[in-house]
Write a protein that binds this ligand. Structure first.
Ligand code: B1M
Length: 214
């Protein structure tokens, strides 16, 4: 449908006012909020995600597109809640204790939202007890941890141990990332997945969710 292409196109351009206008226009044409979300807004963020992965666009453009997607999402939210549209899965995400770097984590959170996940963002400097609390409280499918300092990476390991001690490790998939983090570190600390960038984090989260359900 042409209106979906138009919404996606404006998300890619990061044009919030057009996204708002077109989202309202689509609703006035009796198109469901779910279709507008999946085909328009998420469709647009999918293109953004690919372009980011291929180095065709960079962080500022991703942030502007995500902001415009959120403008549309805010309009649809009450309708989606009413229609009980089921999110893909629930992700609790945060930057680990002692670490204040949150730019990369925020991009990962935005792309996950854009891909249809419900994201509970705990912010930065998140202690292991808080990850545990929210995994329990929210019955999360996935817990995502970000670290930018070599000195804070150990908090990822400690958080996984905390989940194990609470008997919850098998209920949740763990994905980690951040500049100093590597795939081999993920294996070493018994995480389920590692992603080097935000778009790969979305792909990995979808894979982990699939593994969890099967
Ligand atoms: Co800091 N800092 N910093 N810093 N900082 C680095 C990380 C550093 C590499 C700079 C350097 O020395 N060359 C260095 C770390 C060295 C190390 O340990 N390896 C460093 C240091 C030392 C420090 C301080 C200790 C400096 C000081 O005070 N002496 C201090 C620590 C504060 C603290 O956290 N307790 C500090 C402070 C800061 C600022 C507050 C000034 C600021 C952060 C602001 C903020 O985030 N709100 C800052 C910044 C901006 C940086 C650099 C310049 C940029 C980081 C960034 O945002 N990159 C950084 C140097 C660098 O990386 N070149 C540096 C852009 C971002 C999009 O990339 O976060 O890697 P990134 O995220 C990517 C991927 O890694 C991945 O996807 C993202 C998007 O593609 N990813 C995930 C991230 N999280 C993921 C989670 C996933 C999956 C993928 O799954 C859940």
């Amino acid at each position: 449908m042409k209106i979906f292409e138009e919404i996606a196109d404006e998300v890619v351009k990061g044009n919030s006012s057009s996204v708002e206008e077109l989202t309202k226009k689509a609703l006035s044409q009796n198109i469901s909020a779910e279709e507008i979300l999946n085909n328009g807004l998420v469709g647009g963020m999918g293109i953004v995600s690919e372009k980011f992965k291929n180095n065709e666009i960079f962080i500022p453009e991703v942030l502007i597109s995500a902001k415009s997607m959120n403008t549309g999402l805010e309009i649809l939210k009450p309708l989606l809640a009413e229609a009980k549209v089921k999110p893909l899965g629930k992700v609790v995400i945060g930057t680990v204790k002692g670490d204040l770097h949150d730019i990369g984590k925020n991009i990962v959170a935005m792309l996950l939202k854009g891909a249809g996940f419900e994201v509970i963002d705990l912010g930065a400097d998140v202690p292991k007890e808080k990850f545990l609390e929210y995994v329990k409280k929210e019955r999360a499918d996935i817990v995502g941890m970000s670290a930018l300092l070599t000195t804070t990476m150990v908090s990822m390991k400690e958080t996984i141990q905390t989940l194990k001690d609470a008997g919850l490790r098998d209920n949740v998939k763990v994905i980690i990332g951040g500049a100093p983090v590597t795939e081999s570190y993920a294996v070493q600390i018994d995480a389920d997945g590692y992603a080097s960038d935000a778009a790969s984090a979305v792909d990995m989260s979808k894979k982990l969710l699939n593994d969890k359900e099967n």
